[in-house]
Design a binder for this molecule. Structure first.
Ligand code: ATP
Ligand code: MG
Length: 496
């Protein structure tokens, strides 16, 4: 059986930074092949070479048994049946769902766009993914999870036989993941090949046939999934065994720092009458299903959305938060869920991103001290082990997981009372997750109130002191992390 993809001796560097060094990878028809490695290992770079986004420096690539004599372009890769679902969403926010799906392949009647027909076709593909989305809606109006599903739909509609999925499930709900896995099983049955990149290692056993592991841009090994196990995979990824998954620390709880009373917000699916307290030196987690109102709650508290009712008290004093700048002034910081849209300026450098909310610290009379700025950024890079050739690197060139560290890092420069993380470990590798948990612990030890939203229950149970469960915009339970379990949380998360 001819390999769908066979790549050998692939090398790629970016202005001196080696991203791939003598890497090999092959994909067989009818297999799901996981490509694993830590943040910055080179996974996305290899996939971008195979899909024509990047050109390689050297190496041999065969597609469907044919050697490529020229580097692919996105168009020629598509023509050869290669489809890629990108890690960082690649949709045009102002175009509709249908326009995005059929971008550059528009449905026309005698040269004129036939929007009705295009919407109808889009609907058909949306249906295969069980998606009830209006194809005429602009993509920017959809939540991240739905945008990710549209991106998946777009690739599937191209009828590719080599399908690359770069972190497809990072923003999806359980149900959407189920639907995606059904589609993957279907593609497999049709003899197509799927390359699957994910940091959610637990989900691999449900779909994966083989795994290939990269570390620091080098090929480590390829294994049959049935013949290995997660601890072995992790030790190949990280280069050492990882013992502690959730480094929980005990800290004596301090005074009440944040009090939220009867908060309501009309945004998203809505927040209704949410009240809770947060204490210094504690970690409070928000559990719930997608759409439960967790993100909307933290957005309202941090001034990203306007609340329609409710009161916020910081250290016992009522505060009015109309915009994020108010929250920042009061010492309440938020690392948002959608990092590319809300958390970063990707066209600015790492230094500029890290110091952007702290320009008052690195400037006088409107003049920025560039040396001081760079020094602060370098300290942050060391502290968080951000993988980058320099602090002057543009954030868009960092790997996904390292971008996330920048989102978190910029708040660590300031004196905080409350730090809120919305899905802080999305797209983050196993070892870096522990680094993010250590940051949360450090804040907790320093007497800061920490809140986080997460869709991963083991992480909630492992890191939180207290858990608020939300469902349909309301708080349905408050639980002590030590006294509860996944089943109980899920019961309250699905209580209508
Ligand atoms: N366009 C670019 N310019 C400069 N450096 C780049 C570019 N793209 C990737 N890199 C660098 O190449 C290395 C590999 O990055 P890549 O995005 O392939 O990692 P990854 O394995 O996909 O990581 P993650 O799990 O975080 O997504 C990183 O050090 C990254 O900073
Ligand atoms: Mg990547």
């Amino acid at each position: 059986m001819t390999d769908l993809v066979n790549a050998e001796h692939v090398n790629k560097s970016f202005s001196g930074v080696i991203a791939l060094q003598d890497v090999q990878f092959n994909l067989k028809p009818g297999e799901v092949h996981a490509l694993l490695g830590e943040n910055g290992a080179g996974k996305s770079t290899l996939m971008k070479i195979i899909s024509g986004v990047y050109t390689k420096d050297s190496g041999d690539i065969h597609i469907n048994g044919k050697k490529l004599f020229h580097d692919l372009t996105p168009q020629s890769a598509q023509a050869m049946g290669i489809g890629i679902i990108h890690q960082e969403l690649n949709l045009c926010p102002h175009l509709t769902v249908a326009e995005n799906i059929f971008l550059n392949r528009e449905f026309t009647t005698t040269g004129v766009l036939n929007a009705a027909k295009q919407n109808q076709e889009a609907k058909k593909y949306l249906k295969t993914l069980n998606l009830d989305i209006d194809p005429a809606v602009p993509v920017r109006k959809l939540p991240v999870s739905k945008q990710q599903m549209v991106e998946i739909c777009k690739t599937l509609s191209m009828n590719a036989n080599i399908i690359i999925m770069d972190e497809p499930t990072s923003a999806l709900s359980e149900k959407e993941i189920e639907d995606l896995f059904k589609i993957i099983a279907m593609l497999k049955n049709e003899g197509k090949g799927v390359i699957y990149i994910s940091h959610r290692l637990e989900e691999l056993s449900r779909i994966v046939d083989r795994v290939t592991i990269l570390r620091d841009g080098k090929y480590i090994t390829t294994m049959n999934f049935a013949k290995t196990n997660l601890p072995e995979i992790i030790s190949y990824m990280v280069g050492r065994a990882l013992t502690e998954k959730f480094p929980h620390v005990e800290v004596e709880r301090g005074k009440k720092v944040l009090e939220v009373k009867n908060l309501s917000s009309p945004h998203g699916a809505g927040v209704k009458n949410v009240s809770f307290d947060l204490y210094r030196g504690e970690i409070l987690a928000f559990a719930g299903l997608m759409g439960a109102g967790r993100t909307e709650t933290v957005r309202a508290i941090s001034g990203a959305d306007k609340m329609s009712a409710g009161e916020i008290l910081l250290d016992g004093k009522p505060v009015k938060i109309h915009a994020p700048c108010d929250a920042i002034r009061f010492g309440l910081f938020c690392a948002p869920e959608d990092r590319k849209r809300d958390g970063l300026c990707v066209k600015m450098t790492l230094t500029e991103n890290i110091t952007l909310p702290s320009l008052d610290i690195v400037s006088r009379l409107g003049v920025i001290f560039r040396n001081m700025e760079a020094k602060k950024a370098r300290a942050m890079v060391d502290n968080l082990k951000i993988k980058t050739p320099s602090v002057d690197q543009y954030v868009r060139n960092l790997s996904g997981g390292n971008q996330q560290k920048v989102v978190v890092g910029k708040w660590l420069m300031r004196d905080a009372k409350v730090v809120i993380f919305d899905e802080p470990t999305r797209g983050i590798d196993v070892a870096s997750k522990i680094e993010i948990y250590n940051i949360m612990n450090e804040l907790k030890r320093n007497g800061i109130g920490v809140m986080f939203v997460s869709s991963e229950l083991p992480e909630i149970l492992g890191m939180a002191d207290r858990i608020l469960v939300m469902c349909n915009g309301r708080v349905t339970a408050e639980l002590k992390a030590g006294d509860t379990n996944q089943e109980e949380i899920l019961k309250y998360a699905t209580q209508y």
